[in-house]
Design a protein around this ligand. Structure first.
Ligand code: ATP
Ligand code: MG
Length: 373
């Protein structure tokens, strides 16, 4: 996939901008707080239908204005397309694909593929399980719309069960009714779990090699799906389902007390390991950064393999904390993909080794291509 043109109107600190990009590596350079990340944010939004910064849509509208509009023109294997986004202050949005409005934001998933690394992603490794689950869910949703629907279905049944737990205690609880809810929960939960296990397996195949190369070390990076319902390493889904059932029953009285379903995919997570040790506990800053990058590149390669199209790679502030060797290895590694890299400067970068690149300078909400190279 190649992003040809980005249009921004009253988006963040941009008034009105049109910018055309190179097929190869696009460096977006500027001092702090000038609008570099804002560019990546708009591209990401057109891919996922929301910001990666977890901001409200209204915060993306330029201060002092009522609405924002932005669009991407891109090429894919079968032709060219446009995605347009209109945001209104009252958190309303309209998205169009090739000028046709979409009814649900999820309809754009998989249309315009992009994968992001942002400094916030370091939290995937460092912080609690919620972010690791969100990472998995976000990436699987982008390549499988089914998965997105399974998740929503699962969450609906989970809410139903939690509400029932809230309103009842061990005496008032109708076990037959609960059994029906459990069946639905397990049916949907298993769909989610299967997709996640499958994804983790695929990601493992790729990140091992990626990490080895980027880190220049002999470290083995691995992720593991962690869930109380999975007892054995082998993928016997019947056994997993049995265990899921057993745990739901075993925990019923605790759940009734806490008004909450304590086990299931909404509580599962992944652990990220280097040489078998949990990075969250043992990882150095550099290791965490390199491992996160390997994960993101792994995601990009899986997306490419499964969807058959190359996603864009958005790298926000990726160079800080990387030594010059790693910066250049990274650039070499991603050179076959259209890449957008924000940085304050290009020190230590061997531009002569990159075939196809452009440099864009960003200053106070204005972006322009550097005309000489
Ligand atoms: N809704 C908005 N309206 C106007 N300006 C905004 C809005 N949201 C953010 N900004 C401005 O955008 C700028 C930050 O942009 P951005 O995050 O892209 O910076 P950056 O160039 O990536 O900086 P850094 O190098 O520090 O990461 C700030 O000046 C901020 O005040
Ligand atoms: Mg930034």
């Amino acid at each position: 996939m190649i992003l040809r043109k980005l249009n921004l109107y009253q988006f963040r600190n941009y008034e009105r901008t049109t910018v055309e990009f190179s097929e190869g590596t696009n460096f977006i350079i500027g001092k702090n707080a000038q609008g570099k990340t804002n560019i990546l944010e708009s591209i990401y939004y057109a891919s996922y239908g929301k910001s990666f910064r977890n901001n409200k849509d209204s915060q993306l509208v330029k201060e002092g204005h009522e609405k924002s509009y932005f669009s991407v023109d891109y090429d894919h294997d079968y032709g060219s397309s446009t995605i347009e986004v209109k945001l209104l202050l009252e958190n309303k949005k309209e998205i169009r694909i090739n000028h046709q409005p979409v009814k649900k934001t999820s309809e754009i998933l998989g249309e315009f593929l992009a994968v992001i690394f942002s400094p916030d992603d370091l939290k995937i490794i460092k912080e609690g399980p919620v972010l690791r689950r969100r990472f998995l869910d976000r990436e699987i949703s982008q390549i499988s719309r089914n998965y997105y629907h399974y998740l929503i279905q699962y969450q609906r049944v989970l809410e139903l069960r939690n509400n029932y737990l809230k309103k009842n205690n061990e005496k008032s609880c109708d076990l037959i009714y609960l059994e029906t809810i459990n069946e639905q929960l397990i049916e949907n939960g298993m769909k989610v779990v299967k997709k996640r296990i499958d994804y983790v397996e695929k990601l493992n195949d790729i990140i091992k090699e990626v990490h080895h190369r980027i880190s220049e070390e002999k470290e083995v990076l691995k992720i593991a799906y962690v869930s109380p319902i999975i007892k054995h390493k082998d993928r016997d889904y019947d056994k997993i389902e049995e265990e899921y059932k057993r745990i739901l029953n075993e925990k019923l009285s605790v759940d009734l007390k806490n008004n909450y379903t304590s086990a299931g995919p909404h509580r599962d997570e992944i652990s990220i390991l280097i040489d078998g040790k949990d990075l969250k506990i043992f990882g150095s800053q550099g290791q965490i950064r390199t491992a996160t990058l390997s994960l993101v590149i792994g995601v990009m390669k899986i997306t490419h393999r499964i969807v058959g199209e190359k996603p864009l790679l958005l790298l926000d502030d990726v160079f800080s904390e990387l030594d010059d060797d790693r910066k250049n290895i990274l650039l070499d590694y991603v050179k076959d993909y259209q890449t957008f890299i924000t940085a304050t400067d290009l020190s230590g970068i061997h531009l002569d080794k990159i075939n196809d690149y452009q440099i864009y300078e960003v200053e106070e909400g204005k972006i322009r291509r550097r005309s000489f190279q």
